[in-house]
Design a binder for this molecule. Structure first.
Ligand code: ATP
Ligand code: TZP
Ligand code: MG
Ligand code: MG
Length: 260
């Protein structure tokens, strides 16, 4: 009953994210029942991260100054027991993105690493194609996710047509979702924040929390598509936000296509 709990507790998700998706991320979190805050200044990030339910670090439009702030925030979150979600947007596309993602993973304990297959492959040293923020691999995403989880001692969430969630031992796959999610910018980034809200209220079982978050998100997209397929992706984006507010735990149980 995680969604119900999120809607009751309104967990604060401290987002240090990119300039492309800031508004969409805040609206998505509000729609689902969580409470967003974006804070970046080195003077305040440690305080904000310490009182949050989860901290999202997303390197989509990263600068050297921001990385210093992210490290301060991450270390404060670790000290306060606040879970951290890392989205290594575009890792593999440039050396800076790969190096900075690895630096974040080295300097703090990340709870959930969420990315597309190309990004995660670049971090574990598997061959990948990453063009800007889009990435893919030729091999097995389950093996890739397991490798990342083991290497970085975290839960890895590798998304695509089928999403893989693993702590290196337990492996869950979710095949909900819709290809139109790839036509709206920021849907990967917002998913990181949504996982943050789920983990905030269910810290004792991060794999289950992340799996349910991914299923919920995919189901919201499926329903949104069924209502807007004749209108197009602008209408889909709005309907998707609506469904993030409307989908219930019962709907997630009923409609999820999960394999454990
Ligand atoms: P990319 O930049 O490569 O699109 P991303 O960071 O936006 O990556 P995605 O892998 O697109 O992240 O994942 C975002 C959401 O879209 C996830 O919920 C995922 O399940 C869903 N998704 C992505 N591709 C598909 C697809 N082909 N069919 C159904 N759902 C998809
Ligand atoms: N460029 C830098 S960050 C960003 C773009 C287009 C947003 C990427 O969003 P997502 O969720 O990975 O599609
Ligand atoms: Mg996408
Ligand atoms: Mg992305």
């Amino acid at each position: 009953m995680t969604l119900e709990q999120i809607r009751k507790e309104n967990p604060l998700v401290h987002c240090m994210t990119n300039v492309v998706v800031t508004n969409f991320t805040a609206n998505g979190l509000l729609a689902m029942g969580a409470s967003p805050v974006m804070a970046y200044a080195k003077e305040e990030v440690a305080d904000m991260a310490s009182i949050a339910g989860a901290l999202l670090l997303n390197i989509g439009t990263l600068s050297t100054e921001q990385i210093e702030s992210m490290i301060l925030a991450g270390q404060a979150a670790n000290k306060a027991g606040v879970p951290i979600i890392l989205d290594p947007v575009g890792a593999g596309a440039t050396t800076f993105r790969t190096d900075m993602s690895l630096r974040l993973l080295n300097e703090m304990n990340v709870t959930v690493l969420r990315g597309n297959a190309g990004e995660i492959a670049s971090l574990v040293g598997v061959k990948a194609t990453v063009k800007g923020v889009d990435g893919a691999i030729e091999g097995d995403t389950i093996e890739l996710a397991k490798k990342a989880a083991e290497m970085f001692n975290c839960v890895a969430v590798v998304t695509g047509a089928v999403d893989v969630i693993t702590d290196g031992q337990l492996v869950h796959t979710i095949s909900n979702g819709h290809p139109w999610l790839t036509k709206v910018v920021g849907t990967g980034c917002l998913l990181g924040a949504v996982i943050g809200a789920y983990v905030a209220v269910r810290r004792d079982d991060v794999v289950a929390a992340a799996t349910d978050a991914v299923a919920y998100y995919g189901i919201a997209a499926e329903i949104a598509f069924s209502k807007t397929n004749e209108l197009g992706i602008g209408a889909f984006q709005q309907a998707f936000l609506n469904e993030l507010a409307l989908v219930t735990d019962e709907k997630v149980d009923q409609l999820q296509r999960a394999e454990v």
